[in-house]
Design a protein around this ligand. Sequence first.
Ligand code: TYD
Length: 116
Amino acid sequence: MAKLIELQTISDDRGDLTVIEKILPFEIKRVYYIYNTNGKSRGNHKHKKNIQALICVNGSCKIKCHNEIFLLDNPKKCLILDPEDYHEMYDFNSQSVLLVLSSEYYDENDYIRHEN
Ligand code: TYD
């Protein structure tokens, strides 16, 4: 079940520092980031095993999952997607950088591209 969590952030007059430590329900095996999307939507799949944590570290985007829409518009917001969470990523702006932390190495056979 998709779950939005708030990441611990330490702020002072030098800026904000957001930490991801002992909060993810998996060990990170892979990191990738999505940007320069030209307003196109991405995703439209779920997984067999892969758990992911999504953070929009710059700009904003939306994630649609089971008819719920999550707005990622702050680098403190982290959306955890379980394997069964069929998701679409969209409404990126030109500044958007979506960071994804994954529990598994890339494996095309882990993808389920139709929602059923
Ligand atoms: P895909 O997962 O379909 O992108 P999205 O879910 O954002 O729409 O991946 C797009 C392409 O990138 C596809 O050819 C597979 C490749 N890819 C990798 O090689 N390694 C990776 O870790 C990921 C996520 C994708």
